[in-house]
Design a protein around this ligand. Sequence first.
Ligand SMILES: *[C@@H]1O[C@H](CO)[C@@H](O)[C@H](O)[C@H]1NC(C)=O
Ligand SMILES: *[C@@H]1O[C@H](CO)[C@@H](O)[C@H](O)[C@H]1NC(C)=O
Ligand SMILES: *[C@@H]1O[C@H](CO)[C@@H](O)[C@H](O)[C@H]1NC(C)=O
Length: 307
Amino acid sequence: MRPLLWLPDGCLRMALCLTFLLGMQQVEARSDCPLQCDCYNLRVDCTRRWMLYLPETVPLTTRELVLPQNRLTELPPLKISYFTELVHLDCSFNAIEMDEKFIFPALDKLTYLDLSYNLLTVINHQTFSQLERLLFLNLSGNPMIKEIHVQAFTKTHLLGYVDVSYCGLATVSVDVFNHLSNLHILGIKGNPWDCNCTFLEFCSWLRQTRHGHHATPRVELIDRENITCNTPAKLQGWQIFTAEEAVHDECFLHVHLVDLLTVWLISFSIFVGGTAVAGTIGILTVVYCHPAIKVEEEEEEEEEFNY
Ligand SMILES: *[C@@H]1O[C@H](CO)[C@@H](O)[C@H](O)[C@H]1NC(C)=O
Ligand SMILES: *[C@@H]1O[C@H](CO)[C@@H](O)[C@H](O)[C@H]1NC(C)=O
Ligand SMILES: *[C@@H]1O[C@H](CO)[C@@H](O)[C@H](O)[C@H]1NC(C)=O
């Protein structure tokens, strides 16, 4: 029998070659596990391998990529973007930095992202805007995150778990989380919270969601009792909801005072305005309907009668 590759028909040979090559690639994709890692069932586990870079040969069909406790300093967006099947990405305990221009590439299936204990600095409106399927986001242990952009999670509207414990947050806006109707678990402890009137708003929101208003999500705080204020000095170390009560009065009194002043000012204006108008009318009345003139007229009338 003649070997297949010597077939005279060029087209057939080409097709066979292609099939052969494609087959080879598939075998490669299935069997190519990075040397340092363990691969099993579309899961690639490279935990604690002193890796400085993402391994080159991670199969593109990987669904779970587990990379904690390495020394990665970056997540190259282009490389990451090839893992279109990725559902679960754990990069915790590395040294990953992301600057303000970093946009996490669109991974349509990614639901779980753990970036805890890295060197992240900025979470802006773009950072996670392409991860529309994200359910779980762990950013805890990134003490250089000082701020979360108000629109940071507008596109990741399915988020149910968000952990920003042990970051550098002094304040956060209600609007960051308010629209996340699936939000169920929120971690915020270990941040240097500034328990001022702005923060009061956030605490009130947390209280409301906890007490289960129908329109708002029900949010459980991780380790609720141990979330404390850092500033002002008189509230340092206080549990946030205890502090909130104290701050509440101050903020409320402040608002009350401003209200009182406003009411007083308006009343005063009305009084002054009223007095001025009344005075003017009075003067006009006196000028145009002077009794002396009337008396003269009456006298004239009387004279007429006398004839
Ligand atoms: C986030 O990561 C930290 C450290 O890896 C872990 O302790 C914490 O439980 C995680 N948060 C959630 C909500 O799983
Ligand atoms: C409250 O504290 C935060 C963070 O320190 C600050 O950005 C904000 O302006 C403060 N708000 C008020 C009303 O003082
Ligand atoms: C939380 O606070 C309680 C009481 O202050 C303390 O006993 C406990 O160890 C704290 N838990 C954590 C995880 O810090």
